[in-house]
Every structure is written in structure tokens, then in C-alpha cells.
Design a protein around this ligand. Structure first.
Ligand SMILES: *Cc1c(COP(=O)(O)O)cnc(C)c1O
Length: 459
């Protein structure tokens, strides 16, 4: 079959049988999709042979590029031993060795055993890692005999995944409102979205007034609050909202003061995306529970982990008859192939000095963004490392947003696609999040295409 008829056939079958995530399928079926058949480094190839820059790391997961030899080899070698056996009642080397490496990676500085994030509970995606964190936090206080601590604090604009528990602590109305009757109640506090501060303050003269508002809630309700959940430094799906300096540290202090567990959801920010291995490191913060997924396997296979301190873990210890067991688990938990990929991913951070090499590229991105910020319909640009959001506005002075039905973000991304760059927006926010391994030249190209696409879309 020639390429043209193969593409046609696949397109027809896609439209007949697939239901794509976060996609209005009616519109999807009116357009012609890009069918990806191959990847290499920072690039993806479609079925017609055209190459594109993977500008959002295949939705925030690719770390060292596609077809990275070391990860490919690690998976192939593991396949020759075994691809999957369970962690229920059994164990295996990749899960054990990865747990050790993860503990070393998330605790770069030595700390007392009780506060070290020393325990790894595996699952297979970011949402489940969050569900697990919420259930551990809840059950922890039950075991501690502080039964009233059943509530969670969540942030406006937060995104923690799409399962019902994760949606309960989410704060994006467009995604979450319709499900509200299904969700558990939380204390929802303002986020640190400085460009559109819901408290009508200005940074830095606000002196982090959003923290003061958070404290009001904690002060009033801490006796019922089990935990607070936060995406450290950057609220990703909410629009790449970067928190101002001191904010994260302030949240940690408040959690300490009011005896509330702090859950850091580093599903998006983890594994170098913000320029440090984990975003919490920017402010020297240690969470009590840490959720990691997306970049953990270098963007190869589904895997996630929820890590806790020894203090939390030990509250679950007892005889079987005490029923303190954490009754939770997913079938593919700790899958060997995924763990093998994750081990190779961590090894590459060392051998290739990935974070060090990022420094210059973060500067290139910063320079490029400062030029983009001057464009007439760009209201705000936000960057933490390689996590970037460009917020488009109809009116730069009044910050009037484009109505969502204008699909301005989608328009920009469609133009970019025709120019050889694949990116996906969040509403009016253009997201750039290339693989950490992107070259200087590729990065400059990415910025150039983005700037041109914005200019063409808004005129
Ligand atoms: C993507 C994401 C999740 C959900 O991860 P999935 O693997 O899609 O379930 C959770 N939290 C954050 C911060 C994310 O960015």
C-alpha cells in the first residue's frame, strides 16, 4: 500500500474508532490529523515523512529525546529477562533498585531519617500517584488517632489529574465544574497567579497576600485538615503559572505551623523540567508526600511513584489484625520495563550532566521570550526553566482575554504545525516545554517559529 492510501485508511479508522483525550471529537473529525510514525531526539516524524520539533515533549514527558540509545537498550535488555510480574506478594530487581535511586535523587542533602522521603509506592500515572497521596494523608491521621483531620486544602487553578479524587483537589473550572456533584469538598484557596491576581494585589508590594489568605483558612480549619496539595513553583495545566519567590517556602512554613501534611505534586515539574531535578529544590522545601510521574521514565513508559517520609510510613505498621495496612494497589504497579527505563533515565542525568547543560539553554529561552513578550497581543510570559507559558490577550492594556471560543491558542499552534513545530496550548496560553536534550539551534528555531506563529495568528 502506498503512503497516501495508508494514511487515508488510518485516518478513516481513527475517526471511526478512537476517542481522543481532551478533544472535541466533532471538530477532530473535520480535520486531518498528524499521524506520528517515528521519533528521534527532539523531533517527531509523521506518516508522510515530514519532521516536526516536539515542542511540548509529547505532553511534558520526553527528557533526553526520542530513541535515546541508553533507554532503548535498557528496555530491550529487560524484555529479554521479563516484562512484567507483580509487586503484590512478590518483588523484583528493577523496582527495588529504582526505589533506592529515587530516594537518593529526591534527598540530595542528608536529613534525619524521619523526615527523609524514604518510601516509594509505585503506580502507573500522575493521577493515581495523587490519589495515593490523598489516601495516605487521610489514613495517616486516622492511624494517629486524630480522626477529625479529613479535609484537604487545594489551590485555585490547580491540576492534579483526571480521576475523581484528583479532580476534587483540582481548580480549573472548565475541566472540573461539570463533575462537581461527584467530588469531595475541599478548602480552596487563591493561587499565586500574579498576572491576574484574584485578590487584586500587585507583586511584590502585596507581600504575598495570597499566603496570608491561605493562613486565614488554615488557622480557622486546621483541626480538620489532613493535607494541602500543591504543584510546587509552577501550576502547569492551569496555564504555566509560576509562583513568586518565597511563596513555596511560605506554604511549607504554614503547613508546619498548623500541623498539616504538605503534598507536592511534581508530576509535571519533576525530573529537571524547571532547571532543577525537582521544583521544591528552588526554595529548599521538603514535602511530606511527593508525587512523581511524567518524566520519570524519560517519557517512554507509564510509571509513577508516591514517596513519603519514614514518619508517615511507620504510622501504617502493625500486625495484620490491626488493619493498618494501606489497602491500595494498581495491577501494573512497578512494571519492570518502566522501572528499567526509569533507571536508565536517572543514569543519563548523571552521565550527560543534563541539568548543567540546561543552564545555557534556559538563558536562550529567556532571551527569546523577552522578545516575544514585546509582541502586541502577548500579555504575559512565564518561565521556570523549560516550563514556559505565553499568555495571549485581546488587549494588552486591559488584559482582556480572547474569548475561549476564538480558540486563539489553537490557531497559533496550527500555524506552528505548518511551520514544523508541534505544540499544544492551554486555552489562551501557548506552552513551550521542549525535551531537556534539545540543542541550542533547535531551541532557537522553536522560539522563532513560535514568535512568527503568534504574529500571524493575531493579525
Ligand atoms: C499531568 C499531571 C497529572 C496527571 O498525570 P497523568 O499521568 O496524566 O494522570 C497530575 N499532576 C500534574 C501536576 C500534572 O501535570
Amino acid at each position: 500500500m502506498n503512503i497516501k492510501s495508508r494514511k487515508k485508511r488510518l485516518e478513516r479508522l481513527d475517526k471511526k474508532h478512537l476517542w481522543h483525550p481532551f478533544t472535541q471529537m466533532k471538530e477532530w473529525c473535520e480535520e486531518s490529523p498528524v499521524i506520528i510514525t517515528e521519533g528521534r531526539g527532539s523531533f517527531l516524524k509523521d506518516i508522510t515523512g515530514r519532521w516536526y520539533i516536539d515542542g511540548v515533549s509529547s505532553i511534558w514527558v520526553t527528557v533526553h529525546g526520542h530513541r535515546k540509545k541508553e533507554i532503548d537498550t535498557a528496555i530491550k535488555e529487560q524484555i529479554d529477562k521479563i516484562s512484567h510480574s507483580t509487586l503484590l506478594g512478590l518483588t523484583h530487581p528493577p523496582a527495588i533498585e529504582l526505589a533506592e535511586k529515587l530516594v537518593q535523587t529526591v534527598n540530595p542533602q542528608p536529613v534525619t531519617r524521619n523526615r527523609e522521603l524514604s518510601r516509594v509506592f509505585y503506580s502507573d500515572n500522575g493521577s493515581t500517584s495523587v490519589e495515593i497521596a490523598l489516601k495516605i494523608a487521610y489514613q495517616y491521621w486516622q492511624h494517629k488517632g486524630i480522626r477529625e483531620k479529613k479535609m484537604f486544602v487545594s489551590l485555585k487553578n490547580a491540576y492534579h489529574g483526571d480521576t475523581v479524587g484528583a479532580v476534587s483537589v483540582g481548580g480549573i473550572d472548565l475541566f472540573h465544574n461539570i463533575f462537581s456533584p461527584l467530588l469531595f469538598k475541599t478548602y480552596n484557596v487563591p493561587s499565586s497567579y500574579c498576572y491576574r491576581c484574584e485578590l487584586k494585589r500587585k507583586h511584590p508590594s502585596c507581600k504575598l497576600y495570597c499566603l496570608a489568605k491561605m493562613e486565614d483558612t488554615l488557622k480557622k480549619h486546621h483541626k480538620e485538615i489532613a493535607a494541602l496539595i500543591i504543584e510546587p513553583m509552577v501550576q502547569g495545566a492551569g496555564g504555566m503559572i509560576v509562583s513568586p519567590p518565597g511563596y513555596l517556602k511560605g506554604v511549607r512554613k504554614l503547613c508546619n505551623k498548623y500541623n498539616i501534611l504538605m503534598i507536592a505534586d511534581e508530576v509535571a515539574t519533576g525530573f529537571g523540567r524547571t532547571g532543577k531535578m525537582f521544583a521544591c529544590e528552588h526554595e529548599g522545601v521538603r514535602p511530606d508526600i511527593l508525587c512523581i510521574a511524567k518524566g520519570i521514565t524519560g517519557g517512554y513508559l507509564p510509571l509513577a511513584a508516591t514517596m513519603t517520609t519514614e514518619k508517615i510510613y511507620s504510622a501504617f505498621l502493625g500486625r495484620y489484625k490491626d488493619f493498618k495496612t494501606f489497602f491500595h494497589g494498581h495491577t501494573y504497579t512497578g512494571n519492570q520495563l518502566a522501572c528499567a527505563a526509569a533507571l536508565a533515565n536517572l543514569q543519563l542525568f548523571k552521565s550527560e550532566r543534563t541539568l548543567k547543560k540546561m543552564e545555557g539553554k534556559i538563558e536562550i529561552l529567556r532571551n527569546g521570550l523577552s522578545r516575544i513578550a514585546e509582541l502586541p497581543n502577548v500579555g504575559d510570559v512565564r518561565q521556570k526553566g523549560f516550563m514556559t507559558g505565553i499568555e495571549l490577550v485581546r488587549d494588552k492594556k486591559t488584559k482582556e482575554p480572547y474569548p475561549l471560543e476564538d480558540k486563539m491558542g489553537v490557531k497559533v499552534c496550527n500555524i506552528a504545525r505548518d511551520k514544523g513545530l508541534l505544540i499544544r496550548p492551554l486555552g489562551n496560553v501557548i506552552v513551550l516545554m521542549p525535551p531537556l536534550s534539545i540543542s541550542n539551534q533547535e531551541l532557537k528555531k522553536l522560539i522563532q517559529i513560535t514568535a512568527e506563529s503568534i504574529q500571524e495568528a493575531v493579525c
